[in-house]
Write a protein that binds this ligand. Sequence first.
Ligand SMILES: Cc1cc2nc3c(=O)[nH]c(=O)nc-3n(C[C@H](O)[C@H](O)[C@H](O)COP(=O)(O)OP(=O)(O)OC[C@H]3O[C@@H](n4cnc5c(N)ncnc54)[C@H](O)[C@@H]3O)c2cc1C
Length: 403
Amino acid sequence: MVYDLIIIGGGAAGLFSGASLPKKVNGLILEKSTSLGKKLLMSGSGQCNLTHSGNIKDFLSHYGQQGKAIRSVLYQFNNDALSSFFKEKGISTIVREDGKVFPKSLEAKEVLECLCSCCKENGLSFVLSSKVIDIKKENDYYSVTCEKMTYRAKKIIVATGGCSYPTTGSDGNFFPVLSQLGIKIETLHPALTPVFVENYPYSSLSGISFDSVKLLITTKDGKKIAEHSDSLLFTHRNFSGPVILNTSRFAAPGLFLRIQYLPFMSSEELLSLLKKNFSGNQKQLLTVLQELLPLPKRFLEVICERLSLSSNQKYSQITGSDVKRLTDVLTKDSYRISSLDQYNKAMVTAGGIALSDVNLKTMECKDYPGLYFAGETLDVDGDTGGYNLQFAFSSAYLAAQQI
Ligand SMILES: Cc1cc2nc3c(=O)[nH]c(=O)nc-3n(C[C@H](O)[C@H](O)[C@H](O)COP(=O)(O)OP(=O)(O)OC[C@H]3O[C@@H](n4cnc5c(N)ncnc54)[C@H](O)[C@@H]3O)c2cc1C
């Protein structure tokens, strides 16, 4: 028999395409894992940050260089349309102070169950533990081969995800199958990932975070490659937190990270503040720094240690050059990047199916009529904040409307 539709991959994009079909079909969702939507269940720490509440025009700056290219995808099914979709299905959403949108229940499980039941209503059956290993275009249908079975369908939606968090099933296994069809795959690498640097000094401060720092990525000779302000997290082994994750697509070994811990203050302002409190001050260095600067005490202690300054010496005893060194480290703490963390820590994958091979009004493959793509398998990676799920849902919706 020839099915109307086979969706390959039962993650966020695959399930959303099945859930948003405009008509009932006779079709299948083939999923390699033993269960559906494993990554969706992990999203937003299990609370599922579905999208962002910002103006859809502002979304474009959150996908690196691909933002403009995917305008038609995001505009045809935007964040408001997404919230309306879920509302219609009985899931109301809430917007957090930072603009992130979640289901009101704060339960990713609710979103997954809703999508699964919509897929069933739309005539789709789930076939779990079914890894697709080949697709072939026959005359007027596609044959889709799993390890034990071959199915046929008039139309196919490929939603096999990227390579990040491979234990969820998204391990990049499908890219070679697509390459064999002649579909171009842009180089894959981990994105939204912590960054390792040489001589990382903050292992003992693991868990300390800063609400807002300014981060620059530069070349060795100081040429700016990226700049971003957001919160920073020290982990045991590397720098993390939104400011790092969202700029990691620009980071590469050999480039430099430069952190300004007090982004509201220029280095001149900081220098003059530190100097003003300098002469005759009998308080301890650490006490003065804590009084003047909104920075964690343990962090200031480590900074003093790094500069070989005793944190309990009298402030009046430190020299002008010590004050200058303190200013420099707090306003331009620089590190050579040694590596990015791997796929098991990267929240998304950069690279994937080249957008040049896809009609971005319909998500159809330019060389294979009836073959559509959705989600992270495409060469699109967004910032944290709901941008990746929104792209997965928008692209899935567009593909579904063509069935
Ligand atoms: C920890 C974590 C938290 C996140 N939180 C958020 C968040 O809150 N908001 C946000 O916007 N984004 C978040 N993301 C990113 C977001 O979850 C992904 O971008 C999104 O899930 C991508 O959806 P997808 O359907 O394209 O891919 P996936 O969800 O990865 O689904 C792909 C599916 O295809 C299946 N598959 C793969 N190969 C085959 C094959 N050969 N045959 C059959 N099936 C196959 C896989 O098993 C998988 O089930 C998070 C990511 C992680 C890792």
